[in-house]
Design a protein around this ligand. Structure first.
Ligand code: HEC
Length: 447
């Protein structure tokens, strides 16, 4: 018990928690809306309902050895965090996944957001005094998968290639750290990737907040582009059959790892990226690329001290495309980003919005197959980013600074990683027709 408290205090001293613990005053208002959703006669207890929500949504991080600052396994663990839990789930800070619930596409492939029902259950439980209930109602504990194994190995066998980041020792305490080594992929001829999974080491799990990787290669097909993205709870990425995500010949892999010291030194940590390849003679019909799209024409900008800024980028494709995923990128002054489509006839469609961006978490939002946006030639993608360099931005380290574009954490960035399948007219029409055919039965299923 002591060690958990010590860890939290150690972090508070570093300012990390202070930065995260400023809650908007609207939390209580939001909570009231949720509170009305659960009828008074239903007694919500830890044992009968709350523990199930924690098992499915929180314990992956909030367990001994996880990256969460405390364990949320037993009633004793959870009881004293009750009011913070309420605030965090009502504000949708926890589980960490910034994606607006009232804008654009909501059907995502990997979606850790709590349902409104689950939030209402937690609010009712906390407002009712956070009772334990009857321990005989407890479900069996979850059996967590072995963190040393690749999860996709169950389905595809061991990966064809494992790329490891250069060893790095994460100190016991200190600030956030970024580690960006570049290593050889070991793939000697150009191939199509079938699946990718990024896995932190067992000891490193507690300090690895995110780990992204991208290709560096000397020109040629498939040069550049992102390889993979790691977020706890996400089980890798499978490239749809028929598409080809290229691994370049003799490419190098550039890591972008965000470590967060957690009270215990981790010596020579390595993050692994497992890559499964399609057979050598497999030729995917359509190329899928994962590349970055700028919001400011790739040019520089300056944000004045105590100032704000909005930037936009418009992108067009010379074939019809399907947008498979979207991942905003920025640092501490970026506060929100959106993606919209401008149809050839001028109509504006909302796709995705993150209005509470946090640079501590980098998530890729993967659209479900039957709703992934389709763009005809002539349609445009519109990206908008909002920056706040005032003291209202709770992540802002110093509102007195001028902020320009750059790689350092103190600078800003302005792009989104977008996975695009490049179709032809025939493939595009096929998808449009499939969706029209699917629409009728789907309409019956809506509640
Ligand atoms: C992906 C990992 C992850 C998941 C899933 C997750 N958390 Fe967290 N949680 C963290 C980390 C890391 C922190 C500390 C830093 C932060 O707030 O971002 C944290 C902080 C918290 C805090 C704030 C502690 C404080 O000092 O005030 C609460 C409360 C919390 N989580 C509750 C939950 C609940 C409830 C769930 C599930 C509904 C959940 N978390 C799911 C990783 C996670």
């Amino acid at each position: 018990m002591h060690s958990t408290v010590d860890r939290i205090l150690a972090r508070a001293a570093m300012g990390a928690v202070a930065m995260l613990a400023t809650f908007a005053p609207s939390a209580e208002l939001d909570a009231q809306q949720f509170a009305a959703a659960i009828p008074a006669e239903r007694e919500v207890t830890f044992s009968n309902e709350v523990v199930r929500i924690l098992q499915q949504n929180c314990q992956v991080c909030h367990q001994q050895g996880g990256i969460g600052p405390m364990s949320l396994m037993t009633y004793q663990d959870v009881r004293r965090w009750a009011s913070r839990i309420k605030t965090q789930v009502v504000e949708r800070n926890m589980p960490p996944y910034q994606y607006d619930t009232d804008y654009g596409i909501q059907d995502l492939k990997y979606d850790p957001r709590l349902s409104e029902e689950d939030i209402a259950t937690i609010v009712a439980w906390v407002d009712g005094g956070a009772p334990e209930g009857n321990p005989s109602d407890l479900p069996p504990p979850v059996e967590w998968p072995d963190p040393a194994q690749f999860r996709l190995a169950e389905r595809f066998g061991p990966p064809d290639v494992v790329v490891r980041s250069t060893p790095y020792t994460v100190p016991e305490n200190g600030q956030d750290l970024w580690w960006q080594p570049v290593v050889e992929s070991g793939i000697s001829s150009q191939r199509c990737i079938r699946a990718i999974e990024t896995k932190p080491s067992v000891e490193g799990r507690q300090v690895t907040h995110h780990a992204n990787s991208s290709w560096r290669s000397d020109g040629g097909a498939g040069a550049g582009g992102q390889l993979s993205e790691y977020a706890l709870g996400k089980i890798g990425e499978i490239i749809p059959e028929g598409a080809c995500r290229t691994a370049p010949a003799d490419g190098r892999v550039a890591f972008d790892i965000h470590y967060w010291p957690n009270g215990k030194e981790v010596v020579d940590d390595q993050v692994e990226v497992g890559i499964w390849l399609y057979p050598e003679d497999y030729a995917g019909k359509y190329r899928q690329t994962l590349t970055l799209y700028f919001l400011n024409g790739g040019r520089g900008f300056d944000i004045a001290p105590h100032g704000t800024l909005m930037t936009q980028g418009v992108h067009q494709f010379n074939t019809p495309v399907r947008i498979d995923s979207w991942q905003p990128h920025g640092h501490t002054r970026l506060v929100a980003m959106s993606m919209q489509i401008i149809r050839a006839n001028g109509r504006l469609e909302n796709v995705s919005m993150v209005s509470n961006w946090s640079a501590l978490w980098h998530h890729s939002h993967i659209y479900a197959d039957d709703v992934a946006p389709l763009l005809a030639v002539g349609d445009k993608l519109l990206l908008t980013g909002w920056y706040d360099n005032t003291e209202n931005n709770k992540y802002n380290p110093d509102p007195d600074q001028w902020v320009g574009i750059g790689d350092r954490t103190a600078d800003e960035m302005s792009h989104a990683w977008i996975a695009v399948t490049h179709l032809d007219e025939e493939g595009y029409q096929e998808l449009v027709q499939q969706r029209q055919a699917a629409r009728r039965p789907a309409a019956d299923q809506q509640q």
